[in-house]
Design a protein around this ligand. Structure first.
Ligand code: ADP
Ligand code: MG
Length: 432
């Protein structure tokens, strides 16, 4: 781990790396970083699973409609290779996941029965679903679980100790199994009992999905095919703006859209009417623009926008340049001129990292920015990585999900990875 930290340190210090002469030096450091990272973490493939009881943390936090029906099972499908592999190797598999935000107590709307049923259907395998997270019933079921069988615990966030990483709960999880497999990249940025806590007591290795995420994201962030273009949009501005500092150290161009772009435009002095702007973050935006100039990163903001009276009302939509947003309007998508200029950069990119849509893509009148740029992306030669729950929904709406090189299962985790943090859920995995 020390080696990784040292390489990171040298990377982050290397702020003058935008000049071509420096680039090669950084790439050497970066290549070693990738090797260190990918070679040191054990995965299920590095361990004998025969007859082992395996506590497996998955991320089945699937989107659901008001009736509680699953609207997208991508997250369940993403864990199937790991589950199938472990069952085939003769492991007894205990699955644990969270769903929604149950506040540390049981919530009837957030039970995992429908998720277990969908898993069973996709896997073509019996899934024994329990109604508890820990306790006598769980211990007994785990103790009698046979190789090739599958047990599924109740929503781990029903237990108050899950999010606080309670020692006793972590021990109880560890007591159910011989081995911990983490396949929940989506929660790798959290320090919770079921994704980091139990690793204190039993050996922890990566599932196949986790291993793939680590490998692809490391390579594309630290040793990418250039030009490296990052696109950041959406409405979680305060969360995402921190990431931009570190992204500036590796990207060639940074394209902003959505509420993020509005905040930067406001920081530049434009009037944005009723648009979503994070007033608290204006000073941070100014700092990032200065840093980009120093580092010679091409930081791009929209030159035109689609504005309307409200996000629900597509009928009043009109195109304006950024200096002409009226006081009663909201900027809800990037305009055609911006789509073209962003598209030109994307079509010449070697790698594109994209988190957060360019506009309120849920409404057709404000979806064009995201959809057109996604189409340009998939027609380009670039290796494309897309993350973020809403961004993935936008990819599906555009119908290009099969053409994206890697759809990351993490939203916040992917961003923190880009930010250069060592995620706690990765740190606990055993070195080879
Ligand atoms: P992701 O889930 O991909 O990380 P976010 O959660 O940050 O993305 O943001 C997605 C949301 O941002 C979408 O619901 C979208 O409607 C909204 N959004 C995008 N652009 C704007 C905008 N200009 N004004 C208001 N909301 C926006
Ligand atoms: Mg979101």
């Amino acid at each position: 781990m020390l080696a990784v930290s040292l390489i990171w340190y040298s990377l982050l210090q290397n702020t003058a790396c935008k000049q071509k002469s420096c680039r090669s030096r950084v790439q050497i450091a970066v290549a070693s970083f990738k090797e260190v990272l990918t070679l040191t973490k054990k995965s299920v493939k590095d361990i004998d699973l025969t007859g082992k009881r395996v506590f497996t943390r998955v991320d089945f936090n699937v989107p659901r409609n008001e009736q509680g029906e699953i609207t997208d099972d991508t997250k369940i499908r993403a864990a199937l290779p790991t589950i199938r592999y472990m069952l085939a190797q003769g492991a007894a598999v205990i699955l644990a996941s969270h769903l929604g935000r149950p506040k540390g107590k049981p919530d009837e709307n957030l039970r995992l029965d429908a998720v277990a049923a969908r898993l069973s259907l996709l896997l073509g395998h019996h899934v024994q679903k329990l109604d508890e997270v820990v306790g006598e019933e769980v211990s007994l079921a785990a103790a009698t679980l046979q190789p090739g069988e599958l047990l599924f615990l109740e929503n781990v966030r029903f237990h108050p100790g899950e999010k606080s990483n309670d020692e006793a709960l972590a021990k109880a999880y560890a007591g159910l199994a011989d081995l911990f497999v983490s396949d929940a990249f989506g929660t790798a940025h959290r320090t919770h009992a079921s994704n980091t806590g139990l690793a204190k007591y039993i050996p922890a290795v990566a599932g196949l999905q986790m291993a793939t995420e680590i490998e692809i994201l490391s390579k594309c962030l630290h040793n990418p095919q250039r030009p490296l273009v990052a696109i950041v949009g959406g409405n979680k501005i305060a969360d995402k703006i921190r990431v931009l500092h570190n992204l500036l150290r590796s990207v060639d161009s940074l394209l902003l859209g959505g509420g993020m772009a509005n905040t930067f435009l406001k920081a530049k002095g434009y009037q944005l009417g009723k648009s979503l702007v994070e007033e608290d973050q204006l000073a941070v935006a100014v700092k990032i623009m200065r840093e980009a100039a120093t580092l010679k990163v091409n930081l791009c903001l929209p030159s035109d926008l689609i504005v309307a009276d409200s996000p629900e009302d597509g009928t009043s939509a009109q195109v304006v340049t950024v200096d002409l947003v009226q006081a009663d309007k909201m900027a809800l998508d990037i305009g055609p001129q911006t789509r073209k200029s962003y598209g030109d950069l994307v079509s010449k990119a070697g790698t594109v990292l994209w988190n957060g849509p360019m506009g309120v893509f849920e409404v057709d009148a404000f979806a064009q920015g995201s959809i057109e740029l996604l189409n340009t992306l998939v027609q380009s030669e670039a290796y494309s990585i897309v993350g973020g729950g809403d961004m993935i929904a936008a990819v599906k709406k555009a119908g290009v999900d099969k053409q994206i090189s890697h759809i990351s299962t993490g939203g916040g985790a992917t961003l923190e990875f880009w930010e250069g943090k060592e995620l706690p859920g990765i740190a606990v995995l055993q070195e080879k």
